[in-house]
Design a protein around this ligand. Structure first.
Ligand code: ADP
Ligand code: MG
Length: 603
């Protein structure tokens, strides 16, 4: 196993590595860092999003520049302002034990004179968006004629955004005898053109399969009719109570509209698109990073390169026009080694596009069904129960307790539980109680009314078909769908294909088996303990869809008002909402992510 200490990095940088908590180099770091440190060479590095490319070029760059000189020696081009700031921030952390290293970010939407002033003070490394960089070169505010290193980060995204000409212009202002390091998730034609035109026999490294999205992402699609997109979106959110997601729309208008509808319906949502002012965008991104916004509705351009770890779901409200764009979207989740889900809402006529994407990303999509209202109710009910169980007791209520106890006097524990849960749950139930089936598959036309009810029937253990179970372990216990599946299979001694539709929530989960093994499952998990704790399996009332996902979206409690509309007919009436602020309950976000990572806040 390669360690950071094997790569040839100076002690000051290794100290920074350990402060960052990086235990071992990622694959792209392991491959790129020694090459870049040893040789003066051009490099093309292909690695998926979230694989640690910033450090792969950042550490060698910092080590190689001469910090005693004030000359600009390294230029990093990156597609968006957000990315520029992220990279700058990272580089500052990497160089914290280096004296005199100055890294300056240059991007549009902020004062060009301020940026010029910072450059003038002496920045050995400049991190820039192509547009602003070109602007500053033209105005003579920055000098890149002496750089030794040029990094093209997220090259595919930059070219996708139409920066080809700008990049060409910028590179023509740089010396020939520099080294160019190109980092990209994918290798579309334009990237190879840049590599051919501006690089000299670059070394190449590839991490993972070319042109594929992060393999930790599961791709799912849901067939709905066009007018059911919005209610379907809500159901996806409601089935995943701890969702932390980016929702992609095709146009700025749709982005704003969907965000507004979600906010009105009580979700913690916000909009991110180019019609918002820089200030508004900063506010939204800030709330998103803090997880006050659980659903960030964004256009492709505005969301480019957003590097927020822990995004649990990417939702394609509409499919993008370009297949390539899909890779960028789904790359917003499954970062830093975590798993993620990319969901796509399609109409039946769009299904063929799914096939095209599958070919491109070399991964299969799973056809899922939009959960029924009653399935959602069941999930929310368990979620609520667990939330109450796990609630931290607020000492402030102490002095009011005698009075509160008076109110509850004479109510039995069981009755009290029923009442507490009902108080929160009934509103939810009322909304979903009569909700229709939203899936538009060819077979279910005309029988929607019947299918809708399927969740409420049953109850007793079926003897044929598939059985859905509830189990009282979940993400909190460090399970994901794969590990839980293994656990159940091994414990109950079942075959490889016997356990399916494993759906892991924050503190509980669902799974299916064939009815023929129900006895076996239930008898295994009778009085079954792990680490002294009872692991309980029960037959769920709902046959269940095949969703999976994590956490628990809160309901009731401030945010849950007015879910009574599946579609907002009056919505989108140009009620500009300043990008959508987070709303409800002081922005509490109940979906605790387990691995608490460094929280980078830039604004
Ligand atoms: P990319 O540019 O390839 O999409 P980033 O450089 O933005 O990926 O890194 C993604 C995340 O992984 C960041 O939060 C970063 O701090 C973290 N990271 C990078 N390298 C390591 C490492 N060696 N160990 C642990 N975390 C890392
Ligand atoms: Mg990156």
């Amino acid at each position: 196993m390669t360690k950071f200490t094997d790569l040839g990095l100076d002690q000051s940088l290794l100290d920074a590595v350990s402060d960052l908590g990086f235990e071992k180099p990622s694959e792209v770091q392991e491959k790129a860092i020694p090459i870049l440190l040893e040789d003066e060479t051009d490099l093309v590095a292909l690695a998926q999003t979230g694989t640690g490319k910033t450090a792969a070029f950042g550490f060698p760059l910092i080590q190689k520049i001469d910090s005693n000189s004030r000359t600009t020696q390294g230029l990093i081009l990156s597609p968006t302002r957000e990315l520029c700031l992220q990279i700058t921030n990272e580089l500052k952390l990497y160089s914290k034990y280096e004296k005199n290293v100055n890294v300056v970010a240059i991007y549009g939407g902020a004062s060009i004179t301020d940026q010029a002033r910072q450059i003038k003070r002496g920045a050995q490394i400049v991190v820039a968006t192509p547009g602003r960089m070109k602007d500053m070169i033209n105005r003579g505010l920055v000098n890149i004629t002496k750089i030794d290193y040029c990094v093209l980060d997220e090259a595919d995204e930059m070219l996708n955004m139409g920066f080809f000409e700008d990049i060409k212009d910028i590179l023509s202002n740089t010396p020939d005898e520099k080294s160019t390091w190109l980092f990209s998730a994918t290798m579309p034609r334009e990237v190879s053109i840049i590599a051919k035109k501006f690089m000299h026999s670059p070394k190449e490294i590839t991490v993972g399969a070319k042109n594929s999205g992060a393999s930790t992402v599961q791709h799912e699609y849901y067939q709905v009719s066009g007018r059911d997109r919005y209610p379907a979106l809500k159901r996806l959110a409601d089935t995943n109570p701890g969702i932390f997601s980016v929702v992609f729309c095709r146009t700025k208008r749709d982005t704003q509209r969907v965000a507004e509808m979600l906010i009105e319906d009580g979700y913690n949502a916000g909009a991110l698109h180019g019609d918002l002012s820089q200030n508004q965008r900063d506010l939204v991104m800030n709330s998103f990073r803090k997880k006050q916004i659980q659903m960030l509705v964004a256009t492709d351009v505005a969301a480019r390169g957003i590097d927020v770890d822990d995004v649990t779901h990417v939702i394609n409200y509409q499919l993008p026009d370009e297949i390539e764009t899909y890779t960028h979207r789904s790359g917003r989740t499954g970062r830093a080694g975590k798993s993620g889900i990319s969901m796509v809402l399609v109409t039946r006529s769009e299904t063929r596009k799914i096939r095209a994407i599958e070919n491109k990303i070399n991964q299969k999509f799973i056809l899922k069904t939009i959960p029924t209202g009653m399935e959602i109710c069941e999930i929310q009910l368990y979620h609520l129960a667990n939330k109450i169980k796990d609630a931290e007791i607020n000492e402030e209520i102490e002095s009011y307790l005698p009075a509160i106890n008076d109110v509850f006097a004479g109510i039995e524990r069981e009755e009290l539980i029923k009442k507490i849960v009902s108080a929160e749950f009934t509103r939810f139930y009322n909304y979903y109680n009569k909700a229709k089936d939203l899936n538009s598959s060819s077979s279910d036309r005309g029988e929607r009314g019947e299918r809708r009810e399927r969740g409420q029937r049953g109850g007793e253990v079926p003897t044929s078909g598939s059985v859905r179970y509830f189990i009282n372990v979940g993400e909190k216990d460090d399970y994901d769908w794969m590990s839980l599946k293994d656990f159940i299979r091994e414990t109950a001694n079942l075959g490889k294909e016997d356990v399916f539709k494993v759906d892991v929530k924050e503190s509980f989960s669902f799974f299916n088996t064939d009815a023929s093994v129900t006895e076996q499952v239930l008898s295994t998990f009778t009085e079954f303990k792990v680490d002294g704790r009872f692991v309980n399996v029960e037959v769920s009332k709902n046959p269940g869809g095949g969703r999976r996902g994590g956490g628990g979206r809160r309901f009731g409690g401030g945010g849950g008002r007015d879910r009574g509309r599946d579609r907002d007919r009056s919505g989108g009436r140009n009620k500009r909402r300043d990008g959508g602020s987070s709303q409800g309950g002081g922005g509490t976000f109940s979906g605790k992510r387990r691995s608490k990572k460094r929280n980078t806040d830039f604004f």
